[in-house]
Design a protein around this ligand. Structure first.
Ligand code: ADP
Ligand code: MG
Length: 876
């Protein structure tokens, strides 16, 4: 079935590509005809046409390139002579990009220029273009590199770089084509919609057309977490210090409890009594209580023991009553999948005693419902509602602090999830192993880890604005992507971004030799063979690129090479610019380069003269990565543009990937005769592939959930952003807001006048009519007078009052939403779908938010006037 589907969609893709291919002869003919003419002049003509001809436009880019041939340009540190006369495949790539698709083109095929073709086409259609690159270095390089073509075509190019001033950024956004990273664009987008105080501070002019380079990395891998602008929060960290000791106590008690379980398991295992009735359950309990437990990991290496655990899991998983009972053993249980903590009753009681209060989160919506239905006065209801939400906040923050402290002790391991450097906690990207300075664990986990490491706690940060990459990108009216590895993720490109993947054949036949993977029993045996192979290939003078999956592994390989006296360079994606220069050298005779999967992305490895004759670049993959796509990226670095090249991957049963395999690896031990002999076994190959598929599915599901949650927030965010922009632009006045509010009261059968009298310190001789319109008039006059007395423009005054309160409320609201989301995720044990649950609850919360916001604004308008009056004499 899926084969048939695949076949059909391949056919459809082929047909699309053929349609573009059919344009090529005309484009080449037109190129001949235009040769020598001024590309900028043709641009001017084409820009006037409602439907500019694709053929003319592509031909014009070709002519511009031709006219540059032989000229020398300075690109960063280098002088580069222009030799790019685009191949047909590059034009096809440009057409694919322009038509809302992902162009899959191998490394070195010249995607940078394909982006220019698509950008130029969009420019002719009067759309602003953002070319999104994988990092700042590439944005800078590509904008400088491609500028001569854009200049010839009469199209302006800009760049977003870190450390630019607001004026420089504004100028960059005015260019026809802008090169930037996704995070730079999102940062400005959130700033424009959530931080600026007046319209002239706005940077962006909307989301028109985006071309995303390294699309899998930007749109898929980086899209695992939302992008956040945060500020310092005025917060009280004493709760952490207060709870630290009791949590440590509990952690120690838990260790004792786990030790008891370990002894029980060890007795059964040592006695060879795997049929012991408690064995599976005890293993399960250890996993719940201490997922990183070392003895457990060792036991699970042995397949009969592992099977016991799996049998037990299968038996209990469907039974929510039984799992609930098991999670109540010990002090806490941890779900490794979503990192959530469940405190047992015993543990909750202990903390309740210490804090003098129960730690159960009240069911807010039920209580509010009950309150609404009670016969109390509106004011009393309001007061109780506020008291309830304060109560809720307190319990939630205590619970959160306890959870984060437990996580810091039980889940986050120094030197694996984070390192301590210069008195600070620095995160490690568990995918690539590189440190991520400047990034923080969120929601107080960072402070908890700092406390555990006896470091000074950094101030808590608060989210000021956030969005998922997916929802930001989907705002672009048109979108195109390019990368060497897209097919594997075709489903996700389609569901998430409505992008079809069109593979474009290389302009020269690929002659890469990919040898079957070599399998080893132990890590040591694997490394020994890798060293032997490096020596052998190096002796032929061929350059070698060693791709590792983590920084630690790079260092391990590097140390071994040093011991052998082999010179080499190591890259680990810390300094993109410097690494690009190093990796560009990786194709020289005798060169040995070690790199993690992200290092030097975007820079292609050219073979030095004579190297092709030796067999080209040889690539060594020291293990298989969790994602097949990243293996393919590595593989794609050799044999570019028809060059020769070869690839060999190695994997041992002790590698992380195989540890994660569903089938216990010990089962394969029998395949290996001598300890050091590498073999290729089809069965292991299959397990590797299946495990990679499992991970890719798991990551995909996690992103799908992230988007599902963010979609809900996004609707609300768009509404607030629109309102905020109206306020900034002076298109929404406080009278309008007041009118809305009064109309709602009236519709609900409540008295507008009562509310009005309670809210505003305005007195009148005679009660006006109880209706929105006359009351708004009274308000308008009073506030207009105040503003005039203070020498304020009424609009500026409105903006100040409306904006300040909106931002304050919205930030608190985002935090509350975050808590609600976490709560919904915890509820996933129960039968409800967490996303639906979150959707329902947050919809109610949003209505309350708007109502409260308006109430507060009007309560604060006149006090704000009073405050300004007091400040004024001092200001003069
Ligand atoms: P990709 O992004 O697809 O990996 P690049 O755009 O970085 O590839 O280009 C790779 C190399 O190929 C660059 O050095 C570039 O100068 C060269 N190149 C690109 N197009 C052509 C062309 N049409 N003719 C000759 N060299 C080209
Ligand atoms: Mg590139």
């Amino acid at each position: 079935m899926s084969f048939v589907l695949n076949f059909l969609s391949n056919l459809a893709r082929q047909r699309i590509l053929n349609r573009y291919r059919a344009l090529l002869p005309a484009i080449r003919r037109r190129q001949q005809a235009l040769r020598g003419s001024d590309p900028a002049a043709l641009t001017a003509t084409l820009r006037q046409s409602a439907e500019p001809s694709l053929v003319d436009a592509c031909a014009n880019v070709l002519v511009a390139c031709e006219q540059l041939e032989g000229q020398s340009f300075r690109i960063l540190e280098e002088n580069v002579v222009w030799r790019i006369l685009p191949f047909d495949s590059q034009i096809l790539g440009g057409l694919v990009l322009f038509h809302n698709q992902v162009a899959e083109m191998g490394t070195g095929e010249g995607k940078t220029l394909s982006a220019v073709v698509a950008a130029y086409l969009s420019f002719l259609h009067k759309r602003k273009v953002h070319v999104i690159t994988a990092n700042d270095y590439l944005a800078q390089r590509d904008s400088i590199w491609m500028k001569p073509v854009f200049d010839k075509l009469g199209c302006t190019v800009g760049l977003l770089a870190p450390d630019q001033t607001a004026a420089q950024r504004q100028a960059a956004y005015r260019c026809d084509v802008l090169y930037a990273t996704a995070s730079a664009l999102i940062f400005d987008y959130l700033g424009d919609n959530g931080l600026i105080a007046s319209a002239d501070q706005r940077l962006q002019q909307g989301q028109d057309f985006a071309i995303v380079d390294e699309a899998d990395s930007v749109l898929i891998d980086e899209a695992r977490t939302p992008l956040v602008i945060s500020g310092r929060k005025e917060s009280d960290l004493s709760l952490y210090t207060k709870l630290h000791k009791p949590v440590l106590e509990v952690h120690k008690l838990q260790a004792k409890y786990v030790a008891g379980l370990e002894t029980a398991v060890a007795e059964a295992v040592d006695a060879g009594n795997l049929a012991h009735p408690e064995l599976g359950r005890n293993l399960y309990l250890i996993q719940q209580a201490d997922p990183n437990n070392e003895r457990l990991q060792q036991w699970l290496m042995e397949s009969p023991i592992r099977r016991k655990l799996e049998e037990f899991q299968d038996k209990t998983e469907g039974n929510s009553h039984a799992t609930a009972e098991l999670h109540n053993r010990g002090y806490y249980s941890i779900s490794q999948r979503d990192h959530s903590i469940h405190l047992s009753d015993t543990c909750q009681e202990q903390f309740a005693k210490l804090l003098g209060r129960s730690l159960v989160i009240p069911d807010l919506s039920a209580q509010i419902n009950r309150l609404e239905q009670s016969a109390q006065s509106d004011e009393e209801k309001q007061r109780q509602r506020e008291a309830l939400s304060i109560e809720m906040d307190t319990v939630a923050s205590q619970l959160n602090t306890i959870n984060q402290l437990i996580k810091a002790y039980a889940l986050y391991r120094r030197d694996i999830e984070y390192i301590v450097r210069d008195g600070a906690v620095v995160l490690i990207d568990t995918n690539t192993g590189r440190p991520l300075p400047g990034r923080h664990f969120s929601d107080g986990l960072h402070q908890a880890v700092e406390l555990k490491e006896r470091l000074r706690m950094s101030p808590e940060s608060q989210t000021l604005a956030e969005t998922s990459i997916q929802n930001f990108i989907r705002q672009y009216k048109c979108l195109g992507g390019m990368t060497g590895t897209a097919r594997i993720e075709a489903d996700e490109f389609l569901d998430t971004y409505k992008l079809d993947v069109i593979p474009i054949p290389p302009h020269k036949k690929c002659i890469r030799r990919v040898q079957p993977d070599l399998h080893f029993k132990s890590l040591d045996a694997k490394l020994a063979r890798i060293m032997a192979d490096i020596r052998q290939v190096h002796a032929q003078g061929r350059p070698i690129l060693v791709g590792t999956s983590t920084v630690q592994e790079s260092e391990l390989v590097s140390a071994r090479l040093k011991a052998l006296g082999l010179e080499h360079s190591v890259l680990n994606a810390k300094n993109h610019a410097r690494e690009a220069t190093i990796i560009a050298q990786a194709g020289r005779r005798d060169a040995i380069t070690i790199a993690t999967s992200m290092a030097g992305r975007g820079t292609d490895i050219k073979l030095a003269p004579g190297v092709a004759e030796l067999g080209g670049l040889h690539i060594i993959g020291t293990t298989r990565h969790y994602l097949r796509r990243l293996d393919d990226q590595l593989l794609g670095r050799c044999a570019r543009q028809g060059d020769p090249g070869s690839v060999q991957f190695y994997i041992s049963l002790e590698d992380d990937l195989l540890k994660e395999a569903k089938v216990p690896v010990a089962r394969y031990m029998g395949f290996f005769k001598a300890d050091d002999a590498g073999i290729h076994h089809l069965f292991i190959n299959k397990v590797v592939e299946e495990t990679q598929e499992k991970f890719s599915g798991y990551f995909h599901a996690a992103r799908r959930q992230l988007v599902a949650f963010d979609n809900i927030v996004s609707t609300q965010r768009q509404q607030i952003f629109a309102m905020r922009n109206d306020i900034v632009d002076g298109a929404l006045s406080s009278e309008q807001l007041l009118h809305e509010h009064l109309a709602e009261l009236q519709a609900a059968g409540k008295s507008c006048l009562d509310w009005f009298k309670h809210t505003f310190p305005i007195s009148f001789k005679q009660d006006p009519a109880d209706a929105p319109a006359p009351l708004v008039e009274i308000y308008k006059e009073a506030i207009g007078q105040c503003a005039a007395q203070l020498g304020f423009d009424k609009k500026a005054f409105d903006r100040m009052v409306l904006l300040g309160n909106l931002d304050e409320y919205w930030r608190d609201y985002i935090t509350a939403l975050g808590n609600l989301k976490e709560g919904a995720q915890l509820m996933s044990y129960a039968q409800t779908d967490p996303v639906t649950d979150f959707g329902n609850k947050s919809a109610k919360m949003f209505i309350q938010f708007l109502e409260q916001y308006r109430n507060t604004v009007f309560k604060r308008v006149f006090p704000a006037v009073a405050m300004l009056r007091q400040q004024q004499p001092r200001r003069r």
